[in-house]
Design a protein around this ligand. Structure first.
Ligand code: SF4
Length: 312
């Protein structure tokens, strides 16, 4: 359940299900995950986004193997000290795994609290978050911690949906202040609008005479950390390198948009010594099939898939 809590942060249940199934098949226990290679973990996470979660998951599993005999600790404080586990996730683990009272406030529950207690304002603001925690605290019973936690998460996911909440089926509709005061179209409050900056990059899709592509592993932190990526360059390689310009793509990160101009470059056509590839430790020539089995950012995955021969 710890795994599902992490996967469901910022991602919808329907998207998570196939990833969750693959993950638990490959790593049925926490020690099995702790012993995994980071490339294997990133490959299984590939396409799910927010890759820091995968890195934290592996780091947490390793810490638990070293410090907690291969189990998750059972106190909220010890859980919160692990990478990627915040207050709500730690409390959800305590409530669900140990049936002890612990207050949760994940994304769905924030929405329920904002509506049920009619708390206005964007939940990302500290003062609003404090009121939401307070509302969650007041509504969490002293008994049946596991059942309540599951029920309030399910209520948020199935009835108190982002749009068109199903109030007619809701068991707490009779005292839902947001519904009674006809405020549901304002709750929860929206994030204040901010222009999202755009960054530009060229992605170099370089193939050698064996049709292998040059991939490089990103540093462990930062965007796409730990994933295999095509070399990127703010400026395109200078002529006379032969290259084909492929259709541009835009990839949205939470805080900026990345405009990607892919260039298909045939390494055998490279004559200019300045552009001879010097392979760094983090780079490798990899066949297309193998490249597609690695942990790749979504735009790289799409580009490489576009190079695959069409099936007849
Ligand atoms: S009554 Fe409607 S708005 Fe209120 S908690 Fe239930 S589903 Fe959400």
């Amino acid at each position: 359940m710890w795994l599902s809590e992490i996967m469901l942060q910022q991602t919808q249940v329907t998207t998570v299900i196939p990833y969750f199934e693959r993950f638990t098949r490959q790593f049925p226990t926490l020690p099995a995950l702790a012993r995994a290679d980071s490339d294997e973990v990133m490959a299984l996470w590939s396409g799910l986004g927010y890759y820091a979660r995968a890195r934290n998951l592996l780091a947490t599993a390793r810490l638990c193997l070293e410090q907690h005999a291969g189990d998750l600790p059972d106190s909220p404080e010890a859980l919160e000290a692990l990478p990627g586990i915040g207050r709500s996730t730690a409390n959800a683990i305590v409530a669900q795994a140990h049936d002890r009272r612990a207050v949760i406030l994940d994304g769905n529950v924030k929405r329920v609290m904002a509506r049920h207690a009619a708390i206005e304002g964007w939940p990302g603001q500290t003062a609003v978050a404090r009121r939401l925690w307070q509302a969650a605290e007041e509504r969490t019973p002293d008994i049946h911690a596991r059942d309540y936690t599951q029920a309030i998460m399910d209520l948020g996911a199935t009835l108190c949906r982002r749009s068109q909440p199903r109030c007619q089926d809701c068991p707490v509709a009779s005292d839902c202040q947001g519904r009674i005061q006809a405020m549901l179209d304002q709750l929860p409050g929206k994030r204040p609008k901010r222009a999202r900056p755009t960054q530009h990059t060229h992605m170099l899709l370089i193939r050698d005479s064996k049709q292998r592509v040059l991939l490089e592993k990103r540093p462990p932190s930062g965007i796409w950390g730990g994933l295999w990526c095509l070399p990127m360059s703010e400026t395109p390689p200078a002529e006379p390198i032969a290259r084909d310009t492929l259709p541009a793509m835009i990839h949205q990160f939470s805080h900026f948009s990345l405009h990607i101009q892919p260039l298909l470059i045939d390494q055998t056509a490279w004559n200019a010594p300045a552009w001879q590839i010097s392979e760094a430790d983090n780079q490798a020539w990899i066949s297309l099939d193998e490249a597609l089995s690695r942990g790749l950012p979504r735009p790289v995955q799409r580009l490489l898939q576009s190079l695959q021969p069409e099936e007849t």
